[in-house]
Write a protein that binds this ligand. Sequence first.
Ligand code: NAD
Length: 491
Amino acid sequence: MQSQILLEKNKVAFDCKHFINGQYLASKGGEVFDNINPATQEILGKVSEGGNEEIDLAVSVARRALNGPWKNMTTDNRIAVIRRIGDIILERRDELAILESLDTGKPHWLSNSLDIPRAAFNFHFFADYLRSLGTEAYQTDDIAINYAIRRPVGVVGLINPWNLPLLLLTWKLAPCLAAGNTAVIKPAELTPMTATLLGEICKEAGVPDGVVNIVHGFGPDSAGAYLSEHSDVDAISFTGETATGKTIMNSASKTLKKLSYELGGKNPNIIFADANLDEVIETTLKSSFINQGEVCMCGSRIYVERPVYEEFLNKFVAKTKELVVGDPFNPQTKVGALISKEHFNRVKSYIKLAIEEGGTILTGGKQPEGLERGNYLEPTIITGVDRNCRVVREEIFGPVVTVIPFDLEEEVIAQANDTHYGLSASLWTNDLRRAHRVAGQIEAGIIWVNTWFLRDLRTPFGGMKQSGIGREGGVHSFEFYSELSNVCIKL
Ligand code: NAD
């Protein structure tokens, strides 16, 4: 079992160790780093700092486990094990939700209602999907018959970000296991707690030792980098910053690893004058500020058709001022603490930059009074900036949005596409033809019409341009986590 967890009035003492070959282990040299609570700056516990030795060990046991009981397990049994992981996550939901909020600073109600149930659902979904998964077959007249067989890719490295730690990790791990692979997971160094517990959860569910391995540590020149260049790792699924993705591609090129990338975004939220403004505002508050704006899908560039620009701004600013910022464990809190002091300073530097670029801060921009200890920042709305400004072009990844008016449909499409990102977009209109027309022209992997973050896990999820490579979800995840071999039989 993972070392003693003390949960008392949302205080915790939790040391995070690696999980390798079904056991919790410290680093060979005893290296550790502090895990800091973003809401209080208190130390939550020590985290074992993995390096080359721990990655080597995890990769070698994952390689061995590929040919062990995991390989010979029937599909029915594998489905049962994967479903059971989801069940145990739900059984331990209270504990996991507390740990997720302590680690990230996000509101506890959000961890409890979204992150943890969705992490469980990822396992339930891919277990169910596996049952109906097929391959293709083609008959070539009376000459031959072809059919494809599916096999695991092998040892897969799963490298994860800190914003939705367990949700995004399980979004990778569930299909990775369903397809019969073994995994070496590198959780984000800032949010190691729920990933750590996932080790014992997998073991309890019946995952054979060595199939799921977790190595904590840092990215550059450390565990993450070594995992991505490791000669015995067959594929890397990475979610994180676009710049990190480029570095990993370099390292992975040495052994030509298969790569799946979910990267950054600077997503447009396009509001036409005929939309239902109350619905728009209710959802735009979420698409702007939920999870402190630390969601890759956040609609941080808001474009509003001029006839409703003033009305939208007045209502949006008023509603934003009502959002409670503060203690993640206060049920009223809508905006918690940003992940780290360093990230907080980075987000604040963009607010300063917005002013230098001629922008106006309509609300927010400051740390709320009395909350100086945590990384709290008021939700911030910026106007008076344009497509040339860095605050409109660069991913800020915090509770900060820009609002820009537009007059013409072609003009807003051009502005929406004027970015090297292409992750998601929202558009709001009651004109059906326009919805189809504009959706077909926005360069993004996911386009929501009159909604945001509405997900069906069967659909393709991922980004265009520098927001990603490949798609996840349903069969798309299996395309990445399996190799297809075509068998051609001459008749
Ligand atoms: P990050 O790129 O800094 O780190 C992500 C992970 O990569 C961490 O585990 C880190 O340790 C590791 N890493 C860092 N450098 C590495 C290297 N050189 N080699 C190997 N591993 C390395 O990203 P972050 O700050 O944790 O997350 C925020 C970013 O993630 C944002 O850009 C956000 O848009 C993006 N994101 C994208 C999606 C999506 O689905 N597209 C989802 C969530 C977050």
